[in-house]
Design a binder for this molecule. Sequence first.
Ligand code: BGC
Length: 375
Amino acid sequence: MRRFFAVLVCAGVAASALFLGGCKKSGPASAGALIGIAIPETHVTRWVKDGETLKSEAEKRGYRAELQFGDADQSIQNRQIQTLLGLDARLIVVGNINDEVAPVIAEAAQKNVAVIAYDRLIQNSADYDYFITFNNYKVGVLQGQSLANALGLEQADPKAPKSIALFAGAMTDGNAFFFFDGAMSVLNPYVENGVLKVVGPYPKTSADKENFAKIATEGWQGTIAKARMAGLLKEDAKSVTLDAVLAPNDHIARAIIDACRADAKYKGKLPLVTGQDAEFESTMLIKAGEQLSTVFKNTSKLAEAAIILADQIVKGETPSIPGAVLAEGSLAEMGNTGKKTVKTYLLDPVLVTRDNLNVPIDAEFYTAAENEALK
Ligand code: BGC
């Protein structure tokens, strides 16, 4: 009888927006429910594709989807998330900008709206339960390995050390710390045995906040990285020829390459530059031998996996996501927000160099026209 009454109440108030929230938690129907998608930025082009794929994957599963791009400004994104809450979103997928997002995540929790942290951990919040991303430490390890291989560090002679400059991503993005620490776990031993020399600031790990801040790139902005590289070439790297630059992603890699191109010393021989995201422009540079590598994170699969997770959460099912593993043991720490450890699902990144450019192509990561250009 009680159950019958509950059903009646929920059915009876279907027209009342006020009551819909109250019935939302155990609401049976997912069809037509709204999934909100809050994407941090568009200047790093991967995010445009992430947003569009998330939207189409949600719609494919019978949801309505509302997509917002935050322009790398947390106050803008916070307003967008509030708008999504006002539209009665059932769940929100958030790729945040920095931890000032926490208060709106708390508002979502108050309204019983589940949040999935997408690609980037939402730090300093205990108001959500799920995070889906790539193994970001491994992204860095792959960057470090590609440099170690290309520079021949195993065979290098300490009498003729190779030189490298270090760049990192935004300090407001927890991923930047994982990328850097992964890369340095590979490179530090070569600095210690004398075959690799760091030019400019040298934080051994991101824990050296003072030096890490010097190599970090505010807002992941290419213009900032380009200016820092140009300055480095005129100062710390003035009397050396850099063999390599650790760049955290493709957007920054291209900015670094641009700065080097403007310096006569690097005419004809650019330093070896890493990257990440397998952005088309960078894959073209890899093909041309101008960028060393990128890390392919199949973000189409990430978006699909995030929506499978969203669907399972909305339906109250136990998450089980093909292609993603639940982080356990030390990996589970990747989900430590500082206030709680959220369930973290990881996908696997792949190193791409000139030798295996086919990997993102075969994964249908590019458009037909882009594939044509990459042939
Ligand atoms: C993402 C990278 C991206 C960077 C800048 C990071 O959080 O994991 O894929 O290049 O943000 O947008």
